[in-house]
Design a binder for this molecule. Structure first.
Ligand code: FNR
Length: 338
């Protein structure tokens, strides 16, 4: 097995090992005001939404995780199957490995094969050559392209990159690729200045992937012979990062630490167009298999519709109007940063 494939398998193992279902995060410091007289009904139909020119049944999706190894192939086939059954979008893990190891295509393609008509988002690192990226997009019939920014993770990896001049190549990808491009973090959050710079470069979508859920410094620290655990605290929380994206007036996805349908609702109230979930879905699959994850996602739709009714709303579009308030530690961060 190549070092890259080996790393993918280690990430899957460590994401399971460090999984903490109830981990406290910024969503807990954000509260929504609820009308006692809502004048609404529970209706899952209102969850349907357009995503990259296709219709999906819910505004939340399975966010980028894996591909490029034997175990990844099994997981991606399962995720593709569930995405098709539940009619939600699926982002695959970084496919940059295909620029060097074409024989790993199958470990990604299994997901598209399970869900030929669904929304499939491809993920690459910001150094992947344009030609290779176009080939991957074509082979997987992708609907959108995520480019991940992951400096903390790279530094935490002994074999990681040490050169982060990425902007020019992101511009080249943007100019030469005919698909919506989403700039994404991997759990440390996108800050306002970065969103601003990339917005000016023409980028239209951002996946803020803030801190509060999967922590890649923790995962890479476990693979590193040196202790780099101090990197675990460098993240910008999901709520603060979402507020920054909102301030920049861009289309954004809220992700990072989404644990339940209430977190999904909060992501939508913050102004996210869609909400991405990675490890919570992966661990549901690990525990209860394909059928278990399918039921889990179906239940989330019912619960999200129920929450929307509790908060007195009848559509996704009106959710940002729900009044929100913050616990003081979060308010303090917002006051200093925004
Ligand atoms: C990830 N994540 C990720 N992100 C990315 O852009 N490219 C990738 O290849 C991967 N790989 C990956 C593997 C595994 C096993 C996990 C759990 C996660 C990061 C992911 O998309 C997300 O940004 C973070 O996990 C935070 O979201 P959660 O897990 O807290 O919902």
């Amino acid at each position: 097995m190549s070092i890259r494939s080996e790393r993918k398998e280690e990430h899957l193992k460590l994401a399971q090992m460090f999984f903490n279902k109830q981990k406290y995060n910024s969503f807990d410091q954000l509260h929504l005001l609820r009308p006692a007289l809502p004048e609404t009904k529970v209706d899952t139909q209102i969850l349907g939404v357009e995503m990259f020119k296709k219709r999906v049944s819910a505004p939340f999706f399975i966010n980028a995780m894996t591909g490029g190894s034997q175990e990844s192939k099994v997981v991606n086939k399962a995720l593709g199957h569930v995405a098709a059954k539940e009619k939600i979008a699926l982002a695959l893990g970084s496919a940059s490995i295909l620029a060097k190891e074409e024989d790993q295509l199958d470990s990604f393609y299994v997901a598209r094969n399970e869900d030929p008509d669904g929304v499939l988002i491809i993920n690459i690192n910001p150094e992947t050559p344009v030609e290779a990226t176009n080939k991957i997009i074509h082979e997987l019939n992708a609907d959108a392209l995520q480019i991940h920014l992951n400096t903390v993770q790279e530094i935490a990896m002994p074999e990681g990159d040490r050169n982060f001049f990425w902007l020019d190549h992101i511009k080249a990808l943007h100019d030469q690729i005919d698909l919506p491009i989403i700039i994404k973090e991997v759990g440390f959050g996108l800050d306002e200045a970065t969103i601003h710079t990339l917005k000016n470069a023409g980028i239209e979508y951002f996946d803020i992937a803030g801190s509060g859920g999967t922590n890649f410094a923790q995962i890479e620290n476990a693979r590193n012979s040196r202790d780099v655990s101090y990197l675990e605290d460098l993240g910008l929380s999901t709520v603060v990062s979402a507020l920054m994206a909102k301030k920049e007036d861009v289309n954004f996805i809220v992700s990072g630490g989404v644990r339940n349908p209430l977190d999904v609702l909060k992501g939508l109230v913050l102004g996210g167009q869609y909400v991405g979930i990675s490890n919570v879905f992966l661990q549901e699959y690990n525990q209860n298999g394909v059928a278990g994850l399918e039921q889990f996602i179906s239940a989330w739709k019912n619960e999200l519709a129920a929450l929307i009714a509790i908060y007195g709303q009848n559509s996704l579009a009106s959710l940002p109007q729900i009044k929100k308030y913050y616990d003081l530690p979060l308010k303090n961060q917002i006051d200093q940063l925004l």
